[in-house]
Design a protein around this ligand. Structure first.
Ligand code: A2P
Length: 350
């Protein structure tokens, strides 16, 4: 008889939770039952799984026994306190927050890149990487295997859905104000010609603008944001290159969904661009194309990669530049989490 599998979704009422439920419904996890958790605020509400209503349970008071796999997307504080309670009750936790990502006993896994790392989940917790980092890992894996990655310089163009529903609402509200004003073209001569309500989510207007800060500043004297440090620390861990040199600037742009990155990568060996393109075309999780862009990436699964060429600032052809666009809610969060759950479910049923 095949083993029955119960899956929990923690944060089921949230933006990523909803997408996880959709992916779970279509996945090879083939859950025999699904339980949904959120805070007391949402307990008793219902969410839809495979066309049926599932009542949301209050995480703080629920009985956690009988759960095999728990998908968490309810913020770092919730993961910090509840992931150990789920593992103690027998579940494998797959966590979307950043809380466990750098714990040496918690593997940080991209399903196509380092699925074997799941075997090292000593605490029963597997971490899902940061959305921006995740987008870059499938192309960088094959390039590293071929040429030996030594340094990354990255600029990101991050969508508002990466900062949650409030970021999306702020962009939508400001865009509506601009259109309603009937004089958008006035912005050509004066960026303040059409005033907005005081921004709440971003440090400056996000519509018809870019904001050169994504994430929060880290209080360590580096003047970097946590997003920029995640790019460094998580790339090193996933690609298993502890000495990898990484610097990034993470920028918020007026896009709803779809994070983009310009990657300048340097290698130990000279890169043949045509060969690199062939490797990228065959790489799992990558779609090589002429014009990767977030509007085309939103709603799709791969990391779209294009504009691949030598970095002319790096001697001996050892540098490559390329552009990536990827759906930050899908592969960047919910899809990878469910793909990890598929691997765990296969292991449980084996
Ligand atoms: P709730 O609906 O009860 O607030 P988003 O990232 O879209 O804001 O969603 C966050 C998700 O995490 C929601 O499902 C939210 O539930 C859940 N959540 C937030 N804080 C807690 C908590 N302390 N305990 C359980 N679930 C939480």
């Amino acid at each position: 008889m095949t083993r029955k599998i119960t899956v929990a979704v923690v944060g089921a009422t949230g933006q990523v939770g909803a997408v996880m439920l959709d992916f779970l419904a279509q996945s090879e996890v083939n859950a025999d039952s699904v339980r949904c958790f959120a805070s007391a605020r949402s307990a008793g509400k219902t969410v839809i799984y495979r066309g049926a209503e599932v009542t949301v349970e209050d995480l703080a008071t629920a009985d956690l026994n009988g759960i095999d796999i728990a998908l968490f997307s309810a913020g770092g504080a919730t993961s910090a306190s509840y992931a150990p309670k789920f593992t103690a009750a027998g579940a494998v936790v797959i966590d979307n927050s950043s809380h466990w990502r750098l714990d040496p006993e918690v593997p940080l896994v991209v399903s196509e890149v380092n699925p074997y790392a799941i075997a090292g989940a000593k605490k029963g917790i597997i971490a899902n990487p940061n959305c921006t980092t995740m987008a870059a890992m499938p192309p960088l894996r094959v390039l590293h295997d071929a040429y030996g990655l030594t340094r990354l310089k990255i600029a990101t163009y991050q969508a508002t859905s990466g900062s949650g529903v409030h970021g999306v609402a702020e962009l939508a509200g400001q865009l509506t104000e601009l259109v309603k004003s009937g004089r958008i073209a006035d912005l050509v001569r004066d960026g303040q010609a059409i005033p907005h309500a005081q921004p709440e989510v971003y440090a400056a207007a996000i519509a018809a603008n870019v904001v050169p800060v994504a994430g929060g500043f880290v209080d360590d004297g580096s003047l970097e944001t946590d997003e920029e440090q995640k790019l460094r620390n998580e790339s090193r861990k996933i690609l298993e290159i502890p000495e990898l040199l990484v610097a990034g600037t993470c920028v918020r742009v007026p896009v709803f969904t779809g994070h983009s990155l310009v990657v300048h990568a340097e290698f130990e060996r000279t890169v043949d661009v045509a060969e690199a393109q062939e490797l990228l075309a065959k790489a799992p999780g990558v779609e090589l194309c002429d014009m990767p862009n977030p509007r085309d990436a939103a709603g799709k699964n791969p990391s779209f990669v294009g504009r691949v060429r030598h970095d002319q600032s790096v001697p001996d052809g050892k540098g490559l530049v390329f552009f990536i666009a990827n759906d930050n809610l899908r592969k960047g969060a919910a899809l990878n989490a469910v793909q990890l759950a598929e691997i765990v479910a296969r292991q449980l049923r084996a």
